[in-house]
Design a protein around this ligand. Structure first.
Ligand code: EPU
Length: 419
């Protein structure tokens, strides 16, 4: 029987919860193991379906993967394949992160072209153009991107607009390239900086990651290292929203408040009291939150990966708010499901207008993508009557480590059946 999550809402969440390692940092860090003919040990790796998919892909490429429970060892000494097959890429677009490392280390890569997905078309043209600028021959055949280069050459790359995995792919490619690569208009997300820090610990020479201009001086080889994945800022933001929507009092431990400035600013404006230290955040709800507008933007703007969760909070806020999604054109699949729970949301192209309602009621709803499922969980926690039943929760397990168990530990009435 397919797994489902059930929620009986209306209980203020209280207590402490620890943020897991970041999915969107763990995935590129795992791909970076391909650059190294030796062992890369990663700590604080979250237990997620996407991490498992990346592991399967690396094993397919000949990487020896060992360990679990947060620490994994990846050894690409005898990696001998350079194709990322359709079956793996279609379940996880982040598989494209092996493209740069494979060309850099082996001179060849054959990676299934990621198709569209629930949140939009998501092309990889910027990754390809940058590899070409570094001297790779890149062509498409039978649904695959094939790239070839004896040794990549450093180049000046100007991204027409920032791309997170594109910046990461090219950073990894540039690490072993001949000469210096400059990336202008690079993505500034903390996960990009985390990857650079890990690469530098492996002997790479990357400067400027976390800003819009990154410089990479190519080196001839890398050395084994151990690196700890940074905390997940989107999971952290989801717990802040959970405190707000239930009128609770939640402290998130082992997080990086600095990575959540735009999120915290909007949450505070909505009336959630936020206290923070170097590596913790305390979020207190209470009373009805106020309607606040958001526009999603590349970092340091409000993250698209928190849009659906923030919208869940706004459904119960006082007044009307607008959400403008500028990153992914179709990232509104949660809207009809939230409306089935009593939310009042009108969509027009990339803008959603949310009229806050007095209450939500539990309903049977379907998860459509990772962050949409998190927003349904939040709405379920905030619903004061009935039970919410969420199907297709594999989406949730792709990117949240034991979210239901963690919320239950805060007093949430949430449980899982089936499987
Ligand atoms: N884009 C292009 N061409 C390209 C690359 C991107 O047109 O070659 C467009 C995209 O279609 C999109 C925008 O540029 O409109 C930004 O996309 P980006 O490449 O930055 O996204 P991504 O690297 O595919 C990562 C995260 C996403 C997150 C986005 C935006 C990982 C593994 N994934 O995706 O995470 O939403 O950045 O911040 O890091 C999630 O975790 O739920 C998730 C979807």
């Amino acid at each position: 029987m397919p797994e489902r999550v059930f929620i009986e809402g209306g209980v203020p969440l209280r207590g402490e919860v620890t943020a897991s390692g970041a999915k969107n940092s763990a995935l590129p860090l795992m791909a970076a193991s391909l650059l190294l003919p030796g062992e890369l040990v990663l700590e604080n790796v979250p237990g997620l379906r996407d991490v498992m998919t990346m592991r399967l892909l690396l094993e397919h490429l000949g990487v020896r993967c060992r360990g679990d429970n947060g620490t994994i060892s990846l050894d690409a000494s005898s990696a001998d394949m350079w194709d990322a097959p359709y079956d793996l890429v279609k379940t996880m677009r982040a598989s494209v992160l092996v493209l740069g490392p494979l060309v850099a280390r082996f001179g060849h890569a054959r990676v299934s072209q990621p198709g569209g997905c629930a949140i939009g078309a998501r092309p990889i043209n910027r990754h390809i153009k940058a590899l070409e600028a570094m001297g790779a021959a890149v062509w498409l055949e039978h649904g695959y991107v094939v790239a070839q280069a004896d040794r990549l050459k450093g180049a000046e790359i100007v991204f027409e607009a920032p791309t997170v995995t594109g910046t990461e792919n090219i950073m990894m490619a540039a690490v072993l390239a001949d000469g210096e690569t400059t990336m202008i208009n690079a993505a500034m997300e903390p996960e990009v900086a985390d990857l650079a820090e890990a690469l530098n610990a492996m002997g790479a020479r990357v400067e400027g990651a976390g800003t819009g201009e990154i410089r990479v001086k190519g080196v001839s080889s890398l050395v084994p290292t151990t690196y700890s994945v940074m905390p997940d800022r989107i999971e952290t933001g989801t717990y802040i929203a959970a405190a707000g929507i239930t009128g609770g009092d939640v402290t998130i431990l082992k997080c990086v408040p600095d990575h959540l400035k735009a999120v915290i600013e909007r949450m505070e404006k909505a009336g959630i009291a936020v206290d923070k230290g170097k590596d913790w955040i305390r979020a207190r709800g209470g009373g009805r939150t106020s309607a606040v507008d958001i526009i999603t933007d590349p970092y340091p703007g409000f993250p698209t990966d928190m849009q659906a969760q923030f919208m869940a909070l706004m459904t119960l806020s006082d007044g009307f708010s607008t959400v403008l999604e500028t990153i992914f054109e179709q990232r509104f699949m949660h809207v009809p499901e939230l409306c089935r729970m009593g939310a009042d949301i009108t969509l027009s192209e990339r803008r959603a207008v949310i009229q806050g309602v007095e209450s939500l009621s539990g309903a049977q709803v379907m998860a459509t993508d990772l962050r949409a499922s998190a927003s349904l969980v939040l709405a379920g926690l905030g619903a004061t009557e009935g039970v919410t039943e969420i199907s297709r929760i594999y989406h949730l397990d792709r990117g949240y480590e034991r979210l239901d168990e963690k919320l239950a530990s805060l007093g949430g009435r949430i449980w899982r059946t089936g499987g």
